[in-house]
Design a protein. Structure first.
Lengths: 211, 211
DNA sequence: AGCCGTTTCAAACGAGTGTTTAAATTGCCT
DNA sequence: AGGCAATTTAAACACTCGTTTGAAACGGCT
């Protein structure tokens, strides 16, 4: 059903395997056999394995970044029109909620988010650069907004705290597909909405902590 | 100078390359040529590449875990003798400060910490299981201490917030060797002591945030 | 029908991988 | 000095990798 398009089949299979096994631990043969296409199709349609990775990331990250950018811009313009600085929590919401909600935007999206969550600490330059290049403008926008929301914080401190924020966030992104940390007998795990609220509350408190 | 011991040379080289390039993107030939030993020495002394990874991790993580465990136990016993619950910040200090200080415990230690910081979100089971198996008892001890420090928090919420904590922490561990996120013209970056204080203050505020 | 650009296919290429082997070398012992 | 176990060495093994090739199949066109 659904996708007779060879290119899309390859993208879907690559996304799943890159997310599950990492870029270097995924072979083109694994991808093409999962996608049920010929091995040479990857190089024909994308040129190389690196270019395939770029395509996999761009396909989902460009729309997601556009959405996050819009939500951030909405918070910022609404703040300037009202004359008040933007609220930390609103900025965080604009950045985090679309990201976590994206996991349920369709099949494979959860894998993709796990992959992106890992990208920041990725040792391989191929993956990290491809990700950083796409996400840096958005991060700078978030940083500028936070400078307005928390003007008393020195810029370096703010940057550091935003790194903590990304770290907490990426932990959620990676571990929603397959939780690494589990303890027995703690009852029901949190729902996705609860998880998002917890994350936002956590990093908001951390960002606003007095020095 | 220093290390004519073949086994140690291999461990040092493997540690550096595993940390810089990841486990799967590091070849035994790269390790042995950096260590200036014969290729077969790895299999002779360690048995396999997987076993070498385990040895690399255990060499540093066992002493580090022992130190963290002792500091945690000290906080906990001092709390029980005083009758009061342990303080969140003291528990965090016992867990975080030795970890960050470990980066300066000698050559290669910073690389090792970066590798450990990545381990939680590692897609590869070889690396993640090896790490989790060594760190889970310590994490459970931290969890129990936090249950005493924050008794009003439901266990699942506490677990989730501790995951955020580990995420923020791993971000510091990974990015101290090579910072991924940098913005131009922000002045001097934080010193290591400032960084540790910031991290502890951030996650402490997040853990203690009211629901 | 015949053509032609696009796509698919099986097969092979050269390079790199972890591991094994058997001989050579070393260093310590009586 | 000779013997012996531990170590080192060069070479090869079987395999997987990303990529390339040239022919085959497809699909819309006049």
């Amino acid at each position: 059903m659904s996708a007779p398009d060879t290119k899309t089949c390859i993208l879907n299979a690559a996304e799943k395997l890159f997310a599950q096994n990492g870029f270097h631990n995924t072979s083109l043969r694994g991808i093409t056999s999962l996608a049920k296409v010929n091995l040479a199709a990857v190089n024909y349609h994308f040129g190389s394995k690196d270019a395939l990775l770029q395509a996999v990331i761009e396909r989902r990250l460009l729309p997601l970044n556009r959405l996050r950018q819009e939500k951030l811009a909405a918070v910022l313009t609404q703040a300037t029109t009202s004359g008040a600085p933007p609220a930390t929590k609103q900025l965080l919401r604009a950045f985090i909620e679309p990201t976590l909600a994206f996991r349920h935007s369709g099949p494979g999206a959860e894998d993709f988010i796990a992959m992106i969550g890992r990208a920041l600490s990725e040792p391989d330059q191929t993956v990290r650069n491809c990700f950083l290049q796409l996400v840096m403008p958005l991060f700078q926008q978030l940083f500028k907004g936070m400078q307005q929301a928390l003007p008393q914080l020195p810029s370096q401190v703010l940057l550091t705290r935003l790194q903590f924020t990304l770290g907490a966030m990426s932990q959620v992104m990676c571990n929603s597909a397959r939780p690494a940390l589990q303890l027995p007998g703690l009852g029901e795990p949190l729902t996705d909405d609860q998880l998002a609220d917890e994350l936002i509350g956590f990093v908001c408190a951390g960002l606003e902590a007095q020095q």
